[in-house]
Design a protein. Structure first.
Length: 399
């Protein structure tokens, strides 16, 4: 049997004391400098595969590895964590806020700290959700394709008529940091009313809407309003635009199903920039086909990188390839946080007190604090840290 083809890597600081592996090249160079300046030998996988297999990552870990920077598309379970432990490793960091690709119990059993990247994606992700809302509501993609195809022969009264957002109701499911940022953009930008559902009261968001409503009234305009819904179904029934920002777990899998699609308005706009499996994509395709005025904007998909059959042919769907965090500042910040999570654990630094306030780590002109920027879960502090993070952004932030 032929030997497996070795995984190609790019090596930085070959004589470094600590061996750190990154399963993908990441934007920017600061993260590289932070590791190499702190005596790390950094090996960056340059294999052309979009998604590495477990066997590929095992080959990268090898016999000695202190820490790994990985990606949300990888399956980090018992096999990889036990291999990392055997190689002497203590740290793994996801280049993402979410870690639903991580078997937390397996990480704990093997003494591997798991890092993530909160506090750097809020506005970027909210902006993409707002962009999808506009594109879907005003049929931007359809009109663009029509124009490029040379089909435009002149203005017509019925040509690509879409939805007006001003004065309509925006519904948010999961009013954490990203959900709240999105809501503020839609309310302040388009004077939309708000209805939201979350396990916790979004007090700051409610105060913002109230204050903005008073401002509008003082200037002779119709004030905006807010309502905290008792159920998700209330949001789906009442909202003209619904944006999804939930955590992905057993309770939110197929959150949007045939029954819930059926209670939404026939001309509603549904946006998902959280996680694909919160929508039953097969049911969504059927709904889009039966309701041509219903529109959807999707950044994520149930079986990434694939779409369910028929979705690509739905003209009332705007689909983009998981780019919500894809601004230069955000992606470089994510790379920095992942590197500092691994470096901090290797160096024995404490966990940063508030993982949602990571600005001190992102200042390129300052030395980062001697702390792990964000350790999402590790042994005895797992419940405390996760509980704290969830209290900060319940139901949101999954990039």
């Amino acid at each position: 049997m032929a030997a497996a083809k070795p995984i190609s890597v790019e090596v930085w600081n070959p004589s470094g004391k600590y061996r750190v592996v990154s399963t993908k090249s990441m934007p920017g160079t600061r993260w590289i400098r932070l590791l190499t300046d702190n005596d790390c030998r950094l090996e960056i996988c340059t294999d052309p595969k979009t998604i590495l297999s477990v066997d590929d990552i095992l080959a990268l870990i090898g016999n000695r590895c202190d820490g790994v920077i990985g990606q949300l598309t990888e399956d980090w379970g018992e096999v990889l964590f036990s291999a990392l432990k055997r190689a002497g490793g203590t740290a793994f960091s996801n280049m993402a806020v979410g870690y639903n690709n991580v078997d937390v119990e397996a990480a704990n059993r093997n003494g591997i700290a798991v890092g993530n990247t909160p506090g750097v994606l809020t506005e970027t992700t909210a902006e993409l959700a707002a962009s999808l809302t506009l594109a879907a509501a005003r049929r931007i993609v359809e009109a663009d394709q029509f124009m490029r195809a040379g089909l435009y022969e002149g203005w017509l009264p019925h040509l690509f008529v879409g939805n007006l957002l001003k004065g309509q109701t925006v519904g948010v499911i999961g009013a954490g940091r990203i959900g709240s940022a999105y809501a503020r953009m839609m309310i302040e930008g388009f004077k939309m009313n708000l209805i939201y559902y979350d396990l916790y009261q979004a007090t700051r968001l409610e105060k913002f809407v109230t204050a903005y409503g008073l401002f509008l009234k003082a200037n002779g305009e119709q004030p905006v309003t807010w309502k905290r819904a008792a159920t998700m179904e209330d949001v789906l029934r009442e909202a003209d635009v619904i944006s999804l920002h939930p955590l992905l777990d057993k309770t939110t899998y197929h959150l949007i199903n045939p029954e819930r699609l059926a209670i939404m308005k026939k001309e509603a706009v549904l946006v998902n920039a959280s996680r694909g499996p919160v929508i039953d994509e097969v049911a969504l395709v059927e709904h889009l086909k039966k309701n041509p005025m219903f529109r959807v904007g999707l950044d994520v998909f149930e079986d990434e990188p694939y779409m369910k059959p028929g979705l690509a042919e739905c003209k009332n769907a705007v689909v983009v390839p998981h780019i919500a965090s894809a601004s230069k500042w955000t992606r470089e910040g994510m790379a920095t946080l992942t590197a500092l999570n691994v470096l901090g654990k290797i160096k024995g630094y404490p966990v940063w007190g508030n993982p949602n306030q990571v600005e001190p780590f992102l200042d390129e002109n300052a030395t980062p604090p001697p702390a792990c920027a964000s350790i999402a879960c590790h042994l005895q502090n797992f419940r405390d840290v996760v509980g704290h993070i969830q209290s900060e952004y319940v139901g949101s932030d999954y990039y």
